[in-house]
Design a protein around this ligand. Structure first.
Ligand SMILES: CC(C)(COP(=O)(O)OP(=O)(O)OC[C@H]1O[C@@H](n2cnc3c(N)ncnc32)[C@H](O)[C@@H]1OP(=O)(O)O)[C@@H](O)C(=O)NCCC(=O)NCCS
Length: 436
């Protein structure tokens, strides 16, 4: 069967055959469709990239209608059950699961790069006592660019690999320092004897005791949460990572930009909003009235809906399971009852069924984080730590892809045609826009 699209232009009666590859046509193939030789040619118009593939990627596969998520071909459920986060980060970044010696070397390298330069620590000290941890994280990651100027040589694979290790190693340290800063506690230096999540918990919660020992069940749950958040193909922040990286900005700056995108309430910031929403609802019996307000369009149900998933988010299912493991240690978070009631009513309601709105990853993660002792402002920071592996994998793939260039969309200009200039003394105020 021939794979092509026949287009007939009703303006000119001309017809064109456009090749189809992997279920897509190339937007540049539309450019040949013109009304005259000096016509620019046809473009596609796709605000918010609703139907545009911006790259070819071999990292993460999502089938939204079936609720499938795989990293490099492995189902998320299997990885969450059988692997550590650093093993999964290796898989995402380098394409295959590591062998035992490869994993040992990789873990050693990441552990070796957990320390922050003392000047970076001082930089963090400059933030106000009530600074939002995400703002601190974004700025500190960007500041690392000044500590490692060689990072700008993004075409050098060895230099790239070193920055990847630095970023994955330092992210938990920065995150822990933002937390300690907000509480006014002294910073705790990384402990090389501990694993990735155990060390993170040590830097967060160690007080006067000579050695902090993380609860193994909580460290394991955090590791699973990190695996679930490691990558999610071309989401808003991954797109920012690729877009900023496409200008050949260094990976610290590109990661800071991606983290900034993650902070928004429609993206990673949603987990913090879910907790605020559950607080606002307050009790299980208030859920139906809240749902009515959502349906009336007053606000969105945070932690619900997804651009790609039109089925239950597979990560939310694993999170529900992880929540039970965490609650065995911490005691049940009473907000879970409100969340379960919200989910129950929403999944039976025509409004949500018709729009295929299901709980997403942010719906249950905040409840778990809160039970573990995190403040809601830290939730998005906890998302950013593992997502750094995904951002870097997307960035690396983009840098190595010969088809990629600086990302630069086109626009449909809808402003004025050329206007006559009016000198300042002759200008009158433009009439105020009419409100609808
Ligand atoms: C994730 C999200 C940004 C995806 O947005 P999108 O793909 O642009 O989807 P749309 O906003 O076009 O939604 C389609 C319809 O569902 C409705 N909808 C989407 N999410 C909704 C939600 N959480 N609560 C109530 N209604 C919702 C929209 O109002 C729209 O309804 P309409 O067709 O009557 O206008 C959106 O679902 C959302 O804002 N969710 C809440 C924030 C969140 O949890 N983000 C984390 C994502 S992992």
């Amino acid at each position: 069967m021939k794979e092509g699209l026949l287009i007939s232009d009703q303006r000119t009666q001309a017809s064109y055959e456009i090749p189809i590859q992997d279920g897509t046509i190339r937007a540049m193939d539309l450019r040949q469709i013109k009304t005259a030789p000096d016509d620019f040619g046809l473009m596609s118009y796709d605000p918010a990239f609703m139907n545009t593939a911006s790259c070819r990627s071999a990292i993460t596969f999502i089938e939204g209608d079936k609720g499938i998520l795989r990293y490099r071909g492995y189902p998320i459920e299997t990885l969450a059950e059988k692997c550590s986060f650093l093993e999964v980060a290796y898989l995402i970044l380098f394409g295959d699961l590591p062998t035992e010696p490869q994993l040992k070397e990789w873990v050693g390298q990441i552990t070796h790069h957990t320390m922050l330069h003392e000047t970076t620590k001082k930089f963090l000290e400059g933030f106000r006592y009530d600074a939002h941890p995400m703002g601190m994280l974004v700025s500190t990651v960007a500041a690392l660019s000044t500590v490692y100027p060689e990072a700008r040589h993004v075409q050098d694979p060895e230099i790239r690999r070193l920055q990847i290790m630095r970023l994955i190693g330092k992210m938990p340290t920065i995150a822990a320092y933002t937390y300690r800063h907000s509480l006014g506690y002294p910073y705790v230096y990384p402990d090389n004897e501990l694993g990735y999540t155990g060390n993170f918990m040590n830097m967060l919660w160690k007080m006067a005791e000579p050695r902090y020992t993380a609860n193994p069940a909580l460290a394991c749950a955090l590791d699973i949460l990190f695996i679930l958040h490691a990558d999610h193909e071309q989401n808003c922040s991954a797109n920012v990572m690729r877009s900023v990286g496409s200008s050949r900005a260094d990976p610290f700056l590109a990661t800071a930009a991606a983290a900034a995108a993650l902070s928004g309430p429609l993206h990673g910031g949603a987990n913090e909003e879910v907790l605020k929403m559950l607080d606002e609802i307050g009790a299980k019996d208030k859920v139906p009235a809240y749902i009515e307000k959502v349906k009336a369009g007053q606000f969105k149900l945070m932690g619900f809906g997804h651009r790609i998933y039109k089925n239950y988010d597979p990560r939310a299912r694993i999170l529900k399971w992880a929540a039970d493991r965490v609650f065995e240690v911490t005691g049940r978070n009473p907000k879970l009852d409100i969340a379960l009631e919200l989910e129950r009513i929403a999944l039976e309601d025509e409004y949500f069924i018709k729009r295929k709105l299901y709980p997403n990853v942010d719906f249950y993660s905040g409840i778990i984080y809160q039970a573990m002792g995190f403040k809601p402002e830290m939730f998005t920071v906890l998302f950013a730590i593992p997502r750094t592996a995904g951002w870097l994998a997307q960035w690396q793939e983009m840098v190595e892809d010969p088809e990629q260039k600086i990302a630069r969309p086109r626009q449909v200009y809808i402003g004025h045609a050329v206007r006559d200039f009016v000198p300042l003394e002759k200008r009158s105020a433009a009439p105020a826009p009419v409100k609808a």
